[in-house]
Write a protein that binds this ligand. Structure first.
Ligand code: SF4
Length: 211
């Protein structure tokens, strides 16, 4: 108990007189890192609750939103930190740059908000690959949020290997709002990687132990 309080980079969680964690709501920065580490999903971030993110993931994957001739192509979910990657994707759009329509971006407050439930949910609902796009180390808006994401991805990669999905189908990208070209390059490279992987096999959905 208490993972949320110990991981909050701003010390915005205190203990109630009943010995329960209590968020100081007026001072909370809204990163959602505490939600990602709660083992019983008791800690939820407003607007980015699990029961809001999971339906969003499903909606992004069903149907595949690909033209008929591209229906066999991979679909990739990209969780994008709103301050760096999402802003970089926005900048890319404003500059008239394009990225593959295989990529589906889901905005999150911080890459540290993404946990195994979201990644497995993406694969379970038909994603061929998942990107967690974070701020570069030491430049995260939420101090340690991106570092938490890196550690979590390492563990999730091991889980994906055990499940037979393959760790190479999950990747972390580091970027900032002023790096739209880099972001697009990374999106293109990852899409090509997943296309190659799909030539030999696709993720086995039945291997994922969830609804
Ligand atoms: S959302 Fe972020 S700032 Fe707010 S309590 Fe959780 S970890 Fe702390």
């Amino acid at each position: 108990m208490g993972a949320c309080a110990s991981i909050c980079p701003f010390q915005r969680i205190e203990w109630s007189t009943f010995g329960e964690p209590k968020v100081i709501e007026t001072a909370c920065e809204g990163c959602g890192i505490c939600s990602a580490v709660c083992p019983v999903s008791a800690m939820q971030l407003r607007h980015y609750k699990d029961d809001q993110l999971v339906p969003k993931i499903k909606a992004m994957l069903t149907p595949k939103w690909l033209s008929e001739e591209k229906m066999d192509e991979p679909v990739i979910i990209a969780f994008a930190c709103q301050w760096c990657s999402y802003a970089a994707a926005d900048a890319a759009g404003n500059m008239g740059m394009e990225y593959p329509d295989n990529i589906r971006i889901i905005r999150v407050p911080c890459s540290g908000r993404v946990d195994a439930l979201h990644v497995l949910s993406a694969f379970k609902n038909g994603a061929d690959g998942v990107i967690i796009s974070a701020a570069s180390p030491r430049s995260g808006n939420y101090l340690t949020g991106n570092l938490e994401a890196i550690d979590r991805v390492d563990i999730m990669k091991k889980t994906l290997d055990v499940l037979g999905i393959g760790s190479e189908r999950l990747e972390t990208i580091f970027t900032s709002a002023c790096m739209p070209t880099w972001l697009i390059t990374m999106f293109n490279d990852f899409t090509e990687r997943i296309k190659k992987l799909n030539e030999s096999s696709r993720p086995k959905l039945e291997a994922i132990p969830m609804d």
